[in-house]
Design a protein around this ligand. Structure first.
Ligand code: UD1
Length: 422
């Protein structure tokens, strides 16, 4: 298993070009199953999860071709409705095959997902929504099997109230509803920028969707979707990760090709933590030279609240701040696995239920640490970059799921990071 060896202590400084968003690329790639015509996607990040999506698409009868830098043409018709365990276990987002397959093929067999070990992460909301649209389900042999046979092979519109806000749940239902007969209304829908990007993509395929970005999305189903071209939105979590890395190291950074408005809740907290931040079009400038890090309380919440995907990284800032703060996680019940690792690096953190009490220290110290999920890995890499001495981060395959060219980008900012292949 690959590891990162990081020598800390340098202030990160320079420019980093932000990649396309993993969490937009995954639903959009699987959404190509809704048409048999060619789809051209640009700004697709080169990530392990994206490769998994391509494997899934191939297994289902589609083909893909790289036609330029980060640009792919996806062609062909879906001929299989099975998303097998071997692929799904490596990427929880494979559940996003359920909506498009049920809509396009009339049935689906999707293995129950694996992915990040950050809690139970059920998929009941996905299933409940599709049931409202007429699908029937059985759970057998670890597979969710959907069928529309009893309603003539095509989903119908439904009025769906999500009991809890779910990002991929909303996405699955939007994709299914795009080809359903009649109108679907999703209440208490997720409002994440990646939902909006998926809606933009589906509209360019001919879907009739309004309300994306609000908590009520209305979709009038169409008989057929056609091919299109689409560029994946910038990755706000990658952007936030580099901003925090520069900040924790008292450096300065310019993030290019970003979408600043998707980061408002994060930028507000970074400013409170004492960073100077300027936004100019698609660029974000952050300067933290000669400034102390101020402690800031964080409570994660669905968009437009503070993203749970930035919680682990922000904790490194609080671990180095000039005072005490709290970090409260409200989305996932087991998302503090970076905390014991940060404590091994000298952080003063204490878990009290779903809150971590942070008491800032002046320095972290290099150590051997273990990455346990994607964003926890990012926090350990940031901690390693600012710690005294050498840090070895094990199990970085988590990191490869979500950060494009991570070593190259960190090195371009002056950080010392090496991949050690076992
Ligand atoms: C997505 C993101 C992930 C992010 C998360 C929250 C993708 C590919 N992943 O994950 O990076 O951390 O949103 O912003 O976009 N829940 C249920 N039943 C369900 C579905 C969800 O109870 O059927 C619960 C979850 O356990 C969790 C909460 O709802 O407590 C939110 O999860 P959800 O928004 O669905 O997360 P994902 O879509 O899996």
């Amino acid at each position: 298993m690959d590891k990162f060896q990081i020598v800390g202590g340098k202030a990160l400084s320079g420019e980093v070009v932000i990649s396309g968003a993993k969490n937009a690329a995954l639903p959009i790639l699987l959404g190509t199953m809704l048409t048999s015509e060619d789809v051209v996607l640009s700004n697709v990040p080169q990530l392990r999860d994206v490769q998994t999506c391509f494997k899934l698409l191939t297994m289902m009868g589609k083909s893909y071709e790289c036609i330029g830098e980060n640009t792919y043409k996806i062609s062909g018709k879906v001929t299989s409705n099975v998303a097998p365990y071997d692929l799904v276990k490596t990427m929880r987002a494979s559940i996003l095959a359920l909506g498009p397959l049920t809509a396009f093929m009339g049935s689906a067999e999707v293995s129950l997902p694996g992915g990040c070990a950050i809690g139970a992460r059920p998929v009941d909301l996905h299933v409940k929504g599709l049931k409202e649209m007429g699908a029937e389900f059985v759970l057998e042999d670890g597979y969710i099997r959907s069928s529309t046979e009893s309603i003539g092979g095509r989903l119908h519109g439904g009025y769906i109230v999500m009991d809890k806000i779910s990002v991929t749940g909303t996405e699955n239902l939007m994709m299914a509803a795009a080809l359903a007969e009649g109108t679907t209304i999703i209440e208490n829908a997720a409002r994440e920028p990646e939902i909006v990007d998926l809606a933009v993509f589906l509209r360019s395929m001919g879907a009739n969707i309004v309300g994306d970005g609000s908590d009520k999305i209305t979709i009038v189903g169409v008989d057929k979707l056609h091919g299109c071209s689409h560029s994946i939105v910038a990755d706000r979590i990658e952007t936030g990760t580099y901003l925090i890395a520069a900040m924790a190291s008292h450096g300065q950074v310019v993030c290019r090709n970003a979408l600043p408005e998707t980061l408002d809740p994060v930028l507000a907290k970074l400013r409170k933590a004492n960073a100077t931040i300027e936004v100019d079009g698609t660029s974000i400038y952050l300067d933290m030279r000669d400034r102390e890090i101020l402690p800031v309380d964080i409570i994660t919440a669905p968009h437009p609240g503070f993203p749970t995907d930035m919680q682990a990284q922000f904790m490194v800032l609080n671990a180095l701040a000039s005072g005490s703060s709290t970090v409260t996680e409200t989305i996932f019940e087991n998302r503090f696995m970076h905390v014991p690792e940060l404590i091994r690096m000298g952080a003063h953190l204490s878990i009290q239920g779903n809150t971590v009490l942070c008491s800032g220290v002046e320095h972290l110290k290099g150590a051997q640490v273990m990455a346990t999920d994607l964003r926890a890995s990012a926090s350990l890499v940031i901690a390693g970059l600012v710690a005294e001495g050498t840090t070895v981060v094990d199990r970085i395959y988590h990191m490869d799921r979500g950060y494009e060219h991570i070593e190259r980008k960190i090195r371009s900012l002056g950080g010392t990071i090496e991949r050690i292949s076992a």
